[in-house]
Structure formats: C-alpha cells, structure tokens
Design a protein around this ligand. Structure first.
Ligand code: MN
Length: 194
C-alpha cells in the first residue's frame, strides 16, 4: 500500500473516532462520519482532486467545530497545512448561528484555494442531503408557518417536498399543530445541518 493510502486511512480513522457518537440531523440519523467521507469523495471522485492535504482536511473539516479536537492536535498529528485548512473552514461556535453564517459569506472570498475546495464540497454535500431527506410532516408544517410569520422559508425546497408529503401531511397536521408553541421552528430551516 502506498504511503498516501496509509495516511488517508489514518485520517479517516481519526475522524471516525472523533465523530463516533454523532449522528446527522436527518430523519434517519445517519452516522455523522458519512458526511466528511462524502465531502472528501466529492473532491476526489467528482473534482479530480489528488492533493492529499485537501482530502485530509475534508475528512477532518468538522472535527474542531463539532468534537473536542483542537487545531494543535491536528497540527501535531497531520501537520501544519492540514491544520491550517481545517482552521479556515471552522466556525467560531461562540458566535450566534446567524453571525457564523454571515462571517462564512464574508470570509469565503479570502480563503485559500484549498479551504475553498473543502468548503465548496461541504456545501454541495449538504445541499444534496437536503434534497435526499424527505422532511416529516412536522418539518413541513413549521416551514409553512415560518413562511407566514416572517417570509423566510426555503421556498424551493418547500415546493418540491410539498408534493411528496402532502397526503401524509393532511392526516397529521391537526395533531402537531396543537404543539407548535413548544417547538423551536427556526431550527427546521436546516433539518439536515447546512
Ligand atoms: Mn461539514
């Protein structure tokens, strides 16, 4: 086995250990590690990227943001370049979600080419995941309510999923409607974590 294969296996194993107990926020609660592996695969399989440090950073891109991993730890194990790319795509969790999103947009043009690749594949994966996930009736209901209240629903997704879930929705909307006050509908704008 080539040394690069060994390095990639070490990296994917590190990410799997770190994300061991995490699940994606889709209805199926997909194991979290599917996401970073999928992001790295978009880069290699679809993007033709062979830069191993980019592929490693893709595998590790959520470890600092979502687990107890530190940048120093990544630097010690995987080197300065990989750690720097991960740092570039890591949000500051001390900030509000809205502020994090705003900073992502603001910082994106100034990121390194390597970080841009990882970020792009990350967003692409998440958008595809939104398409894959069939929202529950509850998701649909909250989205519709949000649209009424503040006009901020993801319109395209709502439209495309309405057709798929409308019959299911009809039978359940009455019962869930009674509980709407207790649910943080805002989170349902991103049911699969963007
Ligand atoms: Mn991600």
């Amino acid at each position: 086995m080539s040394s690069e294969s060994v390095i990639l296996l070490e990296t994917v194993n590190f990410a799997a250990e770190k994300h061991r107990y995490q699940r994606r926020k889709d209805a199926e609660q997909t194991p979290y590690i599917n996401h970073p592996i999928g992001v790295a695969r978009i880069l290699s399989h679809e993007g033709g990227i062979t830069d191993i440090e980019v592929l490693q950073a893709a595998l590790l891109h959520d470890t600092v943001e979502d687990t107890d991993t530190s940048i120093g730890e990544l630097q010690a194990i995987f080197g300065q370049t990989v750690a720097r790319i991960v740092q570039e795509v890591t949000d500051d969790k001390a900030l509000s979600k809205q502020e994090r999103k705003r900073q992502q947009v603001e910082h994106a043009p100034h990121a390194s080419q390597q970080a841009k690749l990882v970020k792009l594949a990350d967003k692409l994966y998440n958008l595809r995941d939104l398409n894959r996930c069939t929202p529950t009736a509850w998701h649909f209901f909250c989205t519709a309510v949000l649209e009424e209240i503040c006009g901020c629903a993801p319109v395209e997704r709502t439209l495309s999923t309405t057709q798929r879930t409308s019959s299911q929705l009809d039978t359940t909307v009455v019962s869930i409607g009674a509980n709407i006050g207790q649910h943080p509908c805002g989170m349902l704008l991103t049911p699969c974590r963007v």
